[in-house]
Design a protein around this ligand. Structure first.
Ligand SMILES: [Zn+2]
Length: 253
């Protein structure tokens, strides 16, 4: 290829990549006078239903449960995963069911069309096993975002949550919604009341994520007492306890 043609092709690539990136990145504007706190759970262990959902409901809140259909009903050494009936129950009780892939693989391990197939499979699982419609929101397994998956994810979901350990404020990338972990050690989890104080003082959208809610939690979970402390603290500070979809509706996005 002559030098001039090669330079032109390279320029077209760069410009189109930038345009795709920009169109894919239309920011979500988190502007709110009322602090919003979303409690979310990944995978999801059955204790998040038995304990977590009940604690939220006691304080008038609802949560988002990011389900990976491939894990549902399985029993691991230190936790049991929610059954399809459990997913249905959560939805009936007003909680949001989100998507966490079917295979529970890092998104970068699902190249090409395999991501789309996996997401279709999870949607079919939720529909057939639990009677739940197309999930609106997604959480990255292992919080591992992957830029090449951006278009496919943006096409399907209102938001994709990762980690980031920060409150969402101002212009937020909807494909990189930030989450704050509720995990062991328990003393650290209990100190998250300070993050709630922060969002209450300077309103934004705080998205917590956890896993099991058990008397003997895994390293990625917490006890019912700690979750209760955090949910009560958020309610007492005047935070709206909304699932992710409800928070987006509130933000007008
Ligand atoms: Zn997970």
């Amino acid at each position: 290829m002559p030098e001039i043609a090669r330079k032109l092709a390279s320029l077209v690539d760069r410009v189109s990549n930038r345009l795709i990136w920009r169109f894919g990145s239309r920011p979500l504007n988190v502007a709110t006078t009322v602090p919003i706190v979303s409690f979310t759970f990944d995978d999801v262990p059955d204790t998040a239903l038995f304990e977590g959902a009940s604690i939220l409901e006691k304080h008038g809140g609802r949560g988002t449960f990011y389900i990976a259909g491939g894990l549902a009903g399985s029993v691991e050494p230190d936790r049991a995963l929610i059954s399809p009936e459990g997913c249905r129950e959560l939805a009936l009780r007003g909680h949001e069911i989100g998507c966490h892939t079917f295979a529970h693989k890092a998104v970068r391990a699902l190249p090409g069309r395999s991501l789309a197939r996996d997401l279709d499979r999870n949607a079919a699982f939720l529909r057939e096993a639990a009677g739940i419609g197309q999930p609106q929101n997604f959480a990255f397994p292992y919080n591992a975002a992957w830029p090449l998956a951006r278009r496919e994810l943006r096409r399907r979901f209102r938001t994709c949550r990762a980690g980031g350990e920060a409150i969402n404020r101002g212009a937020v990338d909807p494909v990189m919604l930030k989450g704050v972990a509720i995990r062991q050690p328990e003393e650290d989890a209990r100190r998250l009341t300070a993050v709630i104080d922060d969002v209450a003082a300077n309103p934004g959208w705080l998205v917590f994520y956890g896993h099991d809610v058990a008397e003997r939690p895994t390293p990625w979970g917490c006890t019912p007492q700690t979750l209760e402390l955090l949910v009560r603290h958020a309610a007492e500070r005047g935070c709206a306890l909304l699932p992710v979809a409800g928070a987006l509706d509130r933000l007008g996005s």
